[in-house]
Design a protein. Structure first.
Length: 552
């Protein structure tokens, strides 16, 4: 890392060599980590900024003259609402509403991103033997770990400040918005440090990410319990996801709540660095594969290997989305009651073309659309797992065996389709069970299943786009379908309220979905999206057959 070797003659090549030689090892490691995380950082920053802006615009559209305390009073004592969104604070401002309505999603997104990014840099690079090249330079492993954690923390700050800037530009209180950005950055740094510690304890990335994700799940459960009643609010100090609530943003801010968001990440990062000093490269302090009997049962091909490598992450998605669906089902009666008495939100839904959402069946269709976006992103990530296998160099070893390219990629595509279908079915059942446990609200299981199954054409379309991206532009395998899904969702939700041209709205696949079960299934648009998705998949297979296998 202290000197760059360039297989190119001439002045340009010599200049690059001299520039590389003049770079200190810590700066080179920082530059490498920055290149590895910049794409995901920019995508997440843009998505969060747009999401924050969408929340503010929606609030202003629904309540152009402000709100009265009575409009949201019913949420203050509703345990289910409080467990999901937290204690309502500052709902008389667009910023306070945005934080209450979407703040928990922002925190979870940032925490998951920090976990996956950190485990990729610290343990994933060791798994594919690239960390050896970094440590061949005159730099200690502990210092390289410190530099990479600093890069992730800085990237989290960029995402947090992008969210703050979006709120400030839209006229929200500057101090509160900046504190929100710092809090989000603190959440990212905290779970990055948690992932760094787990990366020292176990020997492969998926286990390190699994441990850190389990810590995140525990933190989320603690926050839900703490927010359920006023008597348990003190428990928010026990979870990083509750420290942001203690800031009391857009109400009476308390900046002292930032202290644990600054000190805890530093303490955990210090612990991770100290633990790194106690192990060798590719080693682990607690759990290692050496000495264990290999588990070869049902490991009969590349598809089985891909399933075993990614089943834990699918389980995490399954549990998380099922829990979300169950809670939204339990809130069905409460939300319908609130919408029935809130003329502002009735006007907003009418402007968005979602009048049907004022009924039980229409509201679950609206909820299913949000759920569908998450399923689409999971499928895009699952196609990205094929790119990760190629990037790690494992694909070359597989293709030296009697395994064709189409068989290998077909296995990944089949797993992505099966995972998406599993999430759709589980989400529908969880939605129905949540409503049934809360009294039914006139919702039967078939309506709930139809609501989530309505998103399958979009899932197939995005999966096909992901496969096409993998075959033609492999470095953008996840970026292209994920960006289209997020932008398409924003177009469908925000465009009608802002009176955007119909041709712009038609660019979103979500625009062409009916509100099933309140409306009949849009058979024509659904069939077209299914066909287009399969055609894109064929393009991806053909492109992959013709291109070289690459780790770049």
């Amino acid at each position: 890392m202290s000197a760059t070797v360039v297989a190119r003659s001439g002045p340009a090549g010599r200049q690059r060599v001299r520039a590389g030689a003049a770079t200190s090892p810590p700066r080179a490691v920082a530059a490498l980590a920055g290149r590895l995380v910049r794409r995901s950082t920019l995508l997440l920053a843009g998505a969060m900024a747009v999401y924050a802006g969408l929340e503010v615009v929606s609030y202003r559209t629904a309540y152009p003259d402000g709100v009265s305390p009575a409009q949201f009073a019913m949420f203050e004592d509703n345990p289910a609402v409080r467990m999901m969104n937290g204690v309502p604070v500052g709902l008389d401002s667009a910023g306070g509403f945005a934080l209450w309505d979407a703040g928990w999603i922002w925190q979870l997104l940032l925490a998951l991103w920090a976990i996956l990014t950190t485990t990729r840099l610290l343990r994933g690079e060791e798994d594919v033997d690239r960390a050896d090249l970094v440590l061949a330079a005159p730099i200690r492993a502990t210092r390289a770990t410190t530099v990479m954690l600093a890069v992730v923390a800085l990237a989290g700050l960029v995402v947090g400040m992008a969210t703050s800037l979006s709120l400030i530009v839209l006229g929200q209180r500057v101090v509160d918005s900046l504190l929100l950005g710092l809090a989000l950055a603190g959440v990212a740094a905290t779970f990055s440090a948690v992932a760094a510690v787990s990366a020292q304890l176990v020997d492969v990335r998926r286990r390190a990410a699994g441990i850190a994700a389990a810590v995140l799940g525990l933190a989320w459960v603690l926050r839900m319990v703490a927010s359920s009643t006023d008597e348990r609010l003190w428990m928010r100090w026990l979870t990083p996801l509750g420290w942001s609530d203690e800031l009391n943003l857009y109400g009476d801010p308390d900046p002292l709540a930032l202290v644990p968001l600054a000190l805890v990440p530093l303490a955990l990062a210090w612990a991770a660095v100290r633990l790194r000093a106690r192990r060798d490269i590719d080693a682990a302090l607690l759990l290692r594969d050496s000495g264990r009997e290999p588990r070869l049962g049902r490991l009969c091909g590349p598809t089985a290997f891909a399933w075993r490598s990614n089943r834990a992450m699918l389980l995490a998605w399954l549990l998380g989305l099922s829990a979300y669906s169950a809670i939204m089902g339990a809130l069905l009666s409460t939300m319908i009651q609130w919408l029935a008495g809130d003329e502002g939100y009735q006007k907003l839904l009418a402007a968005m073309g979602l009048d049907a959402a004022l009924t039980n069946r229409g509201f679950i269709a609206f909820v299913a659309t949000i759920f569908g976006l998450a399923v689409v992103l999971q499928v895009a990530w699952r196609i990205g797992a094929a790119r990760s296998e190629e990037e790690a160099g494992r694909l070359e070893a597989v293709l030296t065996r009697p395994v064709t390219r189409w068989r290998w990629l077909g296995g990944h595509a089949a797993l992505a389709a099966a995972g998406g279908l599993l999430l759709v079915v589980a989400g529908g059942l969880a939605l129905w069970l949540g409503a049934a446990m809360a009294g039914g609200a006139g919702l039967d299981w078939w309506d709930a299943m139809r609501a989530t199954a309505n998103l399958l054409p979009v899932v197939v379309l995005i999966a096909g786009l992901g496969i096409a991206s993998f075959g033609l532009v492999p470095r953008l395998t996840v970026a292209i379908p994920a960006a289209l899904a997020v932008v398409g969702y924003v177009l469908a939700m925000l465009g009608p309220a802002l009176s955007w041209p119909q041709w712009v709205l038609d660019l979103s696949p979500f625009t062409h979905l009916a509100l099933v079960p309140a409306e009949p299934w849009a058979a024509t648009s659904g069939t077209v999206m299914l066909a287009l998705g399969m055609a894109l998949a064929v393009v991806g297979f053909l492109g992959f057959r013709r291109r070289d296998v690459t780790t770049a």
